[in-house]
Write a protein of this length. Sequence first.
Length: 220
Amino acid sequence: MNATELKRQVAQAALAYVQPGQVLGVGTGSTVDLFIDALAASGVPLAGAVSSSERSTRRLQAAGIPVLEAGEVERLGVYVDGADEIDPRGHMIKGGGAALTREKIVADLADRFVCIADETKCVDVLGAFPLPVEVIPMAAAQLSRRFAAWGGQARLRAGCVTDNGQHILDVTGLRIHDPVAFETEVNQWPGVVTVGVFARHRARVALIATAEGVITRQHD
């Protein structure tokens, strides 16, 4: 089974967590694109969706699903999104699509984060995937030095401006053994908008696509 079929399989499985009439949180990325397609085809009536990116907003609207601003809702029952890496406790690295800040904002509104990913995204320790960090441009050089002191190599993502008008540093060479402590520390550094470690907002449910079918992991 190829990668696209795995993504389609897990996107379809996520429909089981969608309740008719609710406002749904929707993430960003290729797997989420397939989830939006599956959602549209399912005919499940929704009150609307809160989107984490302009990309997902366009796809939701094209599917006829109303998109609400985050400020219009007080809470979401479920947020569905993918991951670039996910560990056995549901901690993730996200931001390969440069939407990490808005993803974390929408995740913070939700009672439950449902992660949809294929088995290639599963790791024992976070850090093999370059860690995205959204930064204010004037701080990029000093933040790169701070990551270097931790053994990381930070590079500006070429040609990338986020939906928030900021830049992305991609940091390689890290092994993140304590994701909660790491996220807490880096988020305090001046110039960091958001670090792409999702530990405080970890996946409560992980749907993992494998050649043998979709595996469900609960992280309560």
